[in-house]
Design a protein around this ligand. Structure first.
Ligand SMILES: Nc1nc2c(ncn2[C@@H]2O[C@H](COP(=O)(O)OP(=O)(O)OP(=O)(O)O)[C@@H](O)[C@H]2O)c(=O)[nH]1
Ligand SMILES: [Mg+2]
Length: 479
């Protein structure tokens, strides 16, 4: 059992290596292919090329709306245009270690079900890619297994889609055991439906049956091996997670508030984390530098200690497999007393990026948590742009790299957390209130606990935001 698993994992490693964009001796040359099929209105704002100041303003409005709940109109989520999306793919490809050989943006009314962009266009692109010696075609879309097969038949080069590219970058950057396991799980998930065609590296490596490619039997064996590996990886993730939960419990035995840094990839979260904690955590110009949760203590100006957690960067259309795989990183966000949304004020896409972050935070059901918007990289703005920036209740402008605005930020964190002071109360509640009891277990310090007649009496110390949620059961206040 063990032996066969490690053989499989070696095979995966080998097949992955071949598919991976290597930053080895020679950079692989990627030819980017985008598809624009959205019929967009020609009106103002349709292009989404927002100016810097209006970008920051809109993001602020957004944060104000979501934290205060004062704006009731339905928010419109700004979308990336196909060109902007392709620009992002370019930086993703560079992060993965590729060199850009060329690119092509195809306009169509709708995607072609068989080949995404149509066979004729594909032949044209194939010729263009060959003329610039491209090693692979990088699609700015997710391809179904059969689309990928069909495309490869026409172009005769490797074809990689957006999900695979992101998986690749994640694999390169995962540092801890948990991160690596999570990426492997996502890769296995991705591989499974694609096992039926395209060269089948697995079967060949495992000694396929002759030259015509794998027969059904080999395919089934491979599939079973992958399922077994998935089970094994999941078990290991559970183990690692259990240890993390124990560590968290120990941490939370003393109710210290956690502050989570979230934001789009490359916004500067790790740089800010380092400045705030004076810790040496990897910062990097490459996207997705951080994959593993990192938590450090920070002393605020009031001498109050909080735990700061750096998290994985968000990106639009994050592969589903990864969203669930990275639950562990985002658990810290769900437990945080304050969420700090770090945004790149210098990015022409900051509005779109902020909207994506907003969306993910809502999905994580943390949209209602106290939130502070930190507009970072203001050192890259022109003096005129900088003059027009104003901090307010929900936003602060800083440069993590140039150490601008950091003390203001620390003060704001202090203020926002003191709004959630800790009190000690006595509660008497029915034992069936499982959810609330679990909340107390997780977020408060429990001094005593007595069970009687289906009721449980607890003396707890918890942040006021938590106590408000169990206020119906408060029977006394301790000092
Ligand atoms: N000019 C400037 N560059 C910055 C600033 N803050 C961060 N950067 C740069 O932006 C890039 C990304 O920074 P990171 O801190 O790794 O970004 P991140 O948000 O942690 O990114 P992921 O972990 O990939 O999600 C690095 O090259 C940083 O040096 C800033 O205030 N000014
Ligand atoms: Mg980071």
């Amino acid at each position: 059992m063990r032996g066969s698993e490690s053989t499989v994992s070696r095979q995966f490693a080998a097949s992955r290596q071949r598919k991976t964009i290597q930053a080895g001796t020679r950079k692989e040359r990627a030819f980017l292919v985008g598809l624009d099929y959205h019929k967009r209105s020609k009106g103002a704002g349709g292009k989404g090329k927002s100016s810097l100041t209006s970008g920051a303003q809109a993001a602020r409005d957004n944060a104000a709306g979501s934290s205060a709940g004062s704006i009731s109109k339905v928010p419109t989520i700004p979308e990336f245009s196909a060109q902007e999306s392709l620009d992002e793919l370019r930086s993703l490809a560079t992060s993965a270690g590729a060199e850009i050989a060329g690119e092509f943006l195809q306009h169509r009314d709708r995607p072609d079900p068989a080949t995404l962009i149509g066979k004729g266009k594909l032949e044209e692109i194939s010729a263009a890619a060959a003329s610039v010696s491209a090693d692979l075609l990088l699609f700015d879309h997710d391809l179904t297994a059969s689309q990928q097969r069909n495309i490869e038949k026409v172009v005769h080069t490797r074809v990689i889609d957006r999900t695979q590219l992101i998986l690749d970058i994640f694999a390169k950057h995962a540092r801890t055991r948990e991160g690596q396991l999570q990426v492997e799980l996502a890769q296995l998930d991705y591989m499974l439906p694609r096992l039926g065609g395209r060269g089948i590296e697995m079967s060949q490596l495992g000694g396929g049956i002759g030259t015509r490619g794998p027969g059904e039997t080999q395919l089934e064996t491979d599939r079973r091996k992958i399922y077994r590996r998935i089970r094994h990886v999941k078990e290991q993730i559970e183990n690692v997670r259990r240890v993390r939960a124990q560590q968290r419990q120990r941490r939370e035995a003393v109710p210290v508030a956690t502050v989570a840094l979230v934001g789009y990839t490359n916004a500067g979260k790790s740089t800010l984390f380092n400045v705030l904690t004076q810790a040496a955590v990897l910062e990097s110009p490459r996207m997705f530098a951080t994959l593993d949760p990192t938590i450090r203590a920070v002393m605020l100006p009031s001498k109050r200690k909080v735990l700061l957690s750096d998290t994985v960067g968000f990106i639009r259309n994050l592969p589903h497999t990864l969203v669930s795989a990275f639950r562990a990183t985002l658990e810290e966000v769900q437990r945080a007393a304050l969420v700090i949304h770090v945004s790149d004020a210098s990015s022409p896409l900051s509005v779109e990026q902020d909207a994506q972050v907003d969306r993910v935070l809502k999905e994580l059901e943390v949209g209602d948590k106290p939130r502070l918007l930190v507009m970072n990289k203001i050192d890259l703005l022109s003096p005129t742009q900088r003059e027009s920036l104003r901090d307010d209740e929900v936003s602060v402008h800083i440069s993590a790299a140039k150490d601008i605005g950091i003390s203001t930020l620390l003060e704001r964190i202090d203020e926002m957390l003191s709004e959630d002071a800790v009190s000690r109360v006595v509660l008497r509640m029915p034992q069936q209130e499982g959810k609330l009891l679990a909340l107390l277990e997780a977020r408060s310090r429990i001094y005593s606990r007595n069970y009687k007649d289906g009721l449980v009496e607890l003396e707890v110390e918890a942040p006021d935001s938590i106590i408000r949620r169990v206020r119906d059961w408060v029977v006394g206040v301790s000092t």
